[in-house]
Design a protein around this ligand. Structure first.
Ligand code: SAM
Length: 281
């Protein structure tokens, strides 16, 4: 490649067939690949016949290596950045490098592709109009609970990454802080042989994890539904029963509108509740 750009290249999160032709071509054509772990990425490069030299750029050397990479760009070379899996910078190194390259006036080009949080959201069936990506929860229970308490009342979706050795502890803390009835979806081993997407309340999902140690293995994205809005939380079982009866006979919009005439609740809130009752959010 003749242009001194930095290409930020997404790589598979499990299934090698998710590697895009553009990603392969870019990695073949650049002068240098900055990789989070060169030994790990060597397998990927070998699989796709990529022989471009690699340089390790990870959390511990990123600032110093950024200067080296900017110097390469100044010499007219092109560089690609990859992480161990998925999209670099998403809970992965690369932020300092990208900032340094942009500050030096060079173009940073995304070679878009797999990302675990997006893959998980795309299959979870949870509201995605607004969500917060929280990365990994803190390792210490006290810090984890503090963090969870800070999002407890927020009504939008929250997405976490989690590792196999902390999944049970994190779910236990979520149950304690967010309540046993909070809905969530666990997306495990996405794009791999044992891909599993499990939805339920925190208490149901905890039971499911405890019942089968195989489900505690691998990589996880945890998607937690937002807190119910004050209005929907105030809706009692009686309103739910009424909505269920109406929903058996009417389309959602009509059911919400009739329920609004029979209760003190607003039509919009009843509509959202009806969607939720039907498992559509
Ligand atoms: N940059 C990556 C991305 O674009 O998703 C994320 C890197 S982060 C260090 C690794 C975490 O992402 C894992 O611990 C897990 O929480 C999540 N993850 C990565 N691959 C996954 C997969 N195939 N299925 C579920 N979660 C995955």
């Amino acid at each position: 490649m003749n242009t001194p750009n930095l290409y930020v290249v997404a790589t598979p999160i499990g299934n090698l067939q998710d590697m895009s032709p553009r990603a392969v071509q870019t990695l073949q054509q650049v002068d240098l690949i900055a990789a989070e772990d060169t030994r790990h990425s060597a397998h990927l490069m070998q699989h796709f016949g990529i022989t471009t030299p690699m340089l390790a750029v990870h959390d511990h050397n990123e600032r110093q290596r950024s200067d080296m990479i900017v110097a390469r760009l100044q010499e007219g070379q092109s560089v690609a950045l990859v992480s161990d899996a998925g999209t670099p910078l998403i809970s992965d190194p690369g932020f300092h490098l990208v900032a340094a390259v942009r500050a030096a006036g060079y173009k940073v080009v995304p070679i878009a592709g797999p990302c675990a949080l997006v893959a998980a959201l795309s299959v979870a069936g949870v509201a995605t109009d607004k969500f917060t990506f929280m990365g990994f929860l803190p390792a210490k229970t006290s810090h984890r609970c503090q963090m969870l308490a800070s999002i407890q009342a927020l009504t939008h979706t929250h997405v976490f990454y989690e590792s196999p050795h902390r999944i049970l502890a994190s779910i236990a803390d979520m149950l304690q802080v967010l309540g046993a009835d909070r809905q969530l979806v666990i997306a495990r081993e996405l794009t791999k042989t044992y891909e599993t997407v499990k939805a339920g309340t925190l208490s149901q999902v905890q039971d499911w994890l405890l019942a089968d140690s195989n489900q505690q293995r691998g990589e996880f994205v945890v998607i937690v539904h937002g807190a119910k809005t004050p209005e929907s939380a105030a809706m009692d079982a009686e309103t739910d029963n009424l909505l269920q009866v109406l929903l058996a006979e009417l389309p959602i919009k009509k059911a919400a509108s009739v329920a609004a005439k029979l209760t003190n609740h607003k039509k919009k809130a009843l509509y959202e509740r009806a969607l939720w009752l039907q498992g559509k959010v």
